[in-house]
Design a protein around this ligand. Structure first.
Ligand code: PYC
Length: 309
């Protein structure tokens, strides 16, 4: 019987399962290479940790691995029900809350290495975390996307640690009771852009007017495995900031309140890295709550030892 120790949390409603012990050994080095090694050699552990019967489609996993430098608290490999992620904003906030829960970090600024770059997270005394994400940018604006009914929507393509297509003219209510229609629309948009020159787009964001007092916008974010993000999505909000910055619709330093489909919120702002190239560093502020401490048991006789894939 193999044992894997995990800490579960949620950030603004979106769950994260952090693997703190057990499973394959990682020997450090560049995080992109460590993620590639995990993906090619140990994908069954990804599935065992996040997929049913131990997990669910919405669960994001975060495997703590050695960092390549001593300046970083650790390296983190993020993954979901269908594969690897680049960065994960809600997940990183979950990692910080987990390490604080374990007494491994104190309030203050900490660095974390991910497969797409090093990020900084400041744990505040009140438990909130301010995440300085990887450099983000808008790659293309107003890409026309035909819908099955013959109408068109338009999307901005942006990088925020994962690739997003951001769509506002989708015509649907961004409400929890409309999740099926939002999922179908986002999935058809994703299939079109992936088949027509943008195979890298992994997440789709549909925006609408906010319902929460003080919020600037509400979003529905569809993840690569067809689950929707319960949080406003840290990397997605970073992509949103890059688009707002590129359009001149949000000055650096001003706070953007991004509401999620379940009514939770991230506070987001940015600073320019290179205005001429539209490069920003986003800061996302949110909070995670610990929901469980568990040991996963991997019984080799169990037909679903490595999850239902
Ligand atoms: O918060 O960046 C995020 C994220 C990505 C996928 C799910 N959450």
């Amino acid at each position: 019987m193999e044992r894997i120790q995990v800490i579960d949390s949620h950030t603004a409603g979106e769950p994260t399962r952090v693997v703190i012990a057990g499973g394959p050994e990682f020997h450090g080095g560049d995080l992109f290479a460590q993620r590639a090694g995990f993906s090619t050699r140990f994908d069954q552990y990804r599935s065992a940790v996040v997929n049913e019967p131990r997990g669910s489609d919405v669960l994001v996993g975060a495997w703590l691995v050695p960092a390549s430098t001593s300046e970083a608290a650790c390296g983190v490999i993020f993954f979901n029900n269908v594969g690897m992620l680049g960065m994960c904003g809600h997940g990183l906030i979950g990692v910080v809350a987990t390490l604080a829960h374990l007494g491994r970090i104190e309030p203050g600024r900490h660095l974390f290495e991910t497969a797409v770059g090093t990020v900084a997270a400041t744990l505040r005394d009140d438990g909130r975390v301010a995440l300085e994400n990887v450099e983000s940018y808008r790659q293309a604006a107003d890409i026309p996307v035909p819908l099955p009914d013959g109408n068109f929507v338009h999307g901005d393509l942006a990088w925020g640690g994962n690739w997003f297509l951001l769509v506002s003219d989708h015509g649907l209510g961004v409400r929890l009771d409309n999740v099926e229609a939002l999922t179908a629309r986002a999935w058809s948009i994703r299939q079109y852009v992936n088949a027509n020159g943008y195979p890298e787009v992994d997440h789709i964001e549909l925006f609408g007017p906010p319902t929460r007092p003080g919020a600037d916008s509400k979003s529905f974010v569809l993840c690569p495995g067809k689950a929707y993000d319960r949080s406003p999505c840290g990397t997605g909000t970073s992509a949103k900031l890059a688009c707002l910055a590129a359009r001149g619709e949000l000055p650096p330093g001003e706070v953007w309140h991004q509401e999620s489909i379940v009514g939770t919120e991230f506070e987001a702002s940015y600073r320019w890295v290179d205005e001429s190239r539209g490069l920003i560093v986003p800061t996302i502020v949110g909070r995670a709550f610990i929901t469980g401490e568990a040991t996963l048991l991997l019984d080799p006789h169990d037909p679903f030892c490595h999850g239902i894939r």
